[in-house]
Design a protein around this ligand. Structure first.
Ligand code: MN
Length: 334
């Protein structure tokens, strides 16, 4: 799991340990296990938020852990061209390579800790696919796609694209150097990450050494979630066990904590965790396929607008795709 690493972790700024006398630790409210499914043309994903109420996820809608999978030659899969409206997709690539193109002129190649941030707003079409050389060679593939909702006031904004290179992430560590924290968006202890959002959020990837503890100050008005990409450990003061493919939802408070088990599987050197939260939007959410709106009427309008070509057109110079037909919007196309 390369993502972005650092030669000497002790050169990084330290996150001060929250003082439990003056700050309240967030309790763990639930731990859920992500079911496995197949996405797009058939790549394996874990639905990280399955079984969790939208009110606990707000302002997030959906998160897929894509892989980790070792593809044989000819096997890597992507998505067909498909639309989005009403939210932002945030794709963080840990291993492997993913190409992206959209109908608004955005796009590029992400790999090794890069993030692409696509604000669908009023409407966009896009395609996500491994490059041809990776399809030919096969290889390791591991990434995460997060959906961040837009408030009603921003759902009709023009689309926008942010390309965030892995080395732009803000790197931090704990007082004892036991954890590497990569801040992708938002801020931790005053250290800001590069991603810019309409809804305030914090999104980070932490790697905890065996036995390490990570305590993060967290805005009291944000929700707080921790998803374990790999490894074993615990969440919260009570030491609730969490492991690969599990999501911890934290209750109210000023900071949260995670700890890696002293012993990890030999092929997984660190406990890898995504920690995320944001300011809840608290508006009605109607989610159908690739659209996230405030009402059923707006979903019907999105379907009509897509059929009429008002969400964008596939560019003449489209990157290669193996399923040139329309996406089946009733299926789980992301
Ligand atoms: Mn998509």
């Amino acid at each position: 799991m390369p993502a972005i690493t650092v030669d000497d972790i002790l050169t990084l700024p330290r996150i001060p340990s929250p003082d439990p006398v003056v700050m309240k630790e967030r309790p763990v409210r639930s731990v859920t296990s992500a079911p496995a499914a197949l996405e797009g043309e058939g790549f394996p994903v874990r639905r990280a938020f399955a079984g969790v109420a939208l009110s606990d996820l707000d302002p997030f809608i959906h998160m897929d852990q894509m892989g980790e999978v070792e593809y044989a030659p000819g096997e890597p899969k992507g998505t067909p061209w498909h639309p989005h409206r009403g939210f932002e997709t945030v794709t963080y690539m840990i291993d492997g390579v993913f190409d992206h193109q959209d109908s608004n002129g955005g796009g590029g190649r992400i790999t090794n800790g890069d993030t692409q941030w696509m604000t669908a707003g009023a409407g966009i079409l896009h395609i996500e696919s491994p490059p041809e050389f990776l399809v030919a060679s096969g290889g390791l593939f591991h990434g995460v796609q997060l959906w961040v909702n837009l408030p009603r006031a921003n759902k009709w904004n023009p689309p926008r694209y942010q390309d965030i290179r892995g080395r732009e992430a803000t790197l931090l560590t704990t007082e004892d150097g036991g954890a590497l924290v990569r801040v992708i968006a938002g801020e931790v202890a005053g250290h800001k990450g590069p991603g810019s959002t309409f809804t305030p959020i914090t999104y980070l990837h932490a790697s905890l050494s065996p036995g390490a503890r990570l305590a993060l100050p967290w805005p009291a008005d944000f929700n707080a979630l921790a998803y374990v990409l790999a490894g074993q450990g615990s969440a919260g003061a009570a030491g609730r066990p969490v492991g690969t493919g599990q999501l911890a939802v934290f209750g109210p408070g000023d900071f949260l904590s995670l700890a890696a088990s002293p012993r990890q599987d030999s092929h997984i050197p660190y406990m890898e965790v995504l920690v995320l939260g944001g300011l809840p939007i608290r508006e009605p959410v109607v989610h159908y396929g690739p659209f996230v709106m405030n009402s059923k009427d707006e979903i019907i309008q999105a379907l009509e607008d897509y059929q009429a070509g008002r969400l964008g057109r596939i560019p003449a110079a489209s990157m290669p795709h193996r399923h040139p037909g329309d996406a089946d919007l009733g299926s789980e196309v992301r």
